[in-house]
Design a protein around this ligand. Structure first.
Ligand SMILES: O=C(CO)[C@@H](O)[C@H](O)COP(=O)(O)O
Length: 217
């Protein structure tokens, strides 16, 4: 079962609630919230108050992707604001295992995100503790970038790694996913698909979501 997670980075922030309502009505499964600090990535987006302002206004779970340094300092604030899943970047964590336990202690789902150049081996000793792994299919920081094709082999290798250990972990992909390439990532093993510009910049969100779902399966 494929889950679609529209990234609000490409939404019209002056009309954020209406944008969220549109993707929920179109049948999307999760709301992907990109948090950027201007240090880990060269862009600044939003913090817990914006997340909190949306809580209770949609039934979609909040999938919060922290592209920030020192994520441990902010996990509690995002949980309090309404996060249901929190992803931290392996590249931003000095003590990755500790950070994963920190997320889980807050009672939300824990995920690790990997930049395109980061090997899967960083997951070796934390895999069993994860609910989801986020394979970045662009370098993080901006919406509207082009999909990096070498990430397909990485998704396949991750799928094998999870199956070999008999685990049940979602594989999320994020960056440059459109109706015409979504099948490449789902065939490789991804089941949670983030899409920002493809959904929010489309003329008809409902039709685009339907097309993405059809092409994914
Ligand atoms: O995390 C990020 C970018 O760092 C993403 O969530 C983007 O927002 C996805 O946007 P598109 O590539 O789908 O336009």
């Amino acid at each position: 079962m494929i889950k679609l997670a529209p990234s609000i980075l490409s939404a019209d922030f002056s009309n954020l609630l209406a944008e969220v309502e549109k993707v929920e009505k179109a049948g999307c499964d999760l709301l992907h919230i990109d948090v950027m600090d201007g240090h880990f990535v060269p862009n600044i987006t939003l913090g817990p108050p914006i997340v909190k302002s949306l809580k209770g206004k949609t039934k979609m779970p909040f999938d919060v992707h922290l592209m920030i340094e020192k994520p441990d300092n902010y996990i509690g604030d995002f949980v309090e604001a309404g996060a249901d899943i929190i992803s931290v970047h392996s590249e931003a964590c000095t003590h990755l295992h500790r950070t994963v336990q920190h997320i889980k202690k807050h009672g939300v789902k824990a995920a690790i995100a990997l930049n395109p150049a980061t090997p899967l081996s960083v997951l070796d000793y934390v895999l069993e503790d994860l609910d989801m792994i986020l394979i970045m299919t662009v370098n993080p920081g901006f919406g509207g970038q082009s999909f990096i094709p070498s990430t397909i082999d990485k998704i396949k290798a991750l799928k094998n790694m999870i199956e070999r250990r008999n685990l049940n972990i979602d594989i999320q992909v994020d960056g440059g996913i459109k109706p015409d390439n979504i099948h490449l990532v789902t065939e490789a093993g991804a089941n949670v698909i983030v899409a920002g510009s493809a959904i929010f910049n489309s003329e008809d969100i409902m039709t685009t979501v339907e097309l993405m779902r059809k092409n994914a399966e």
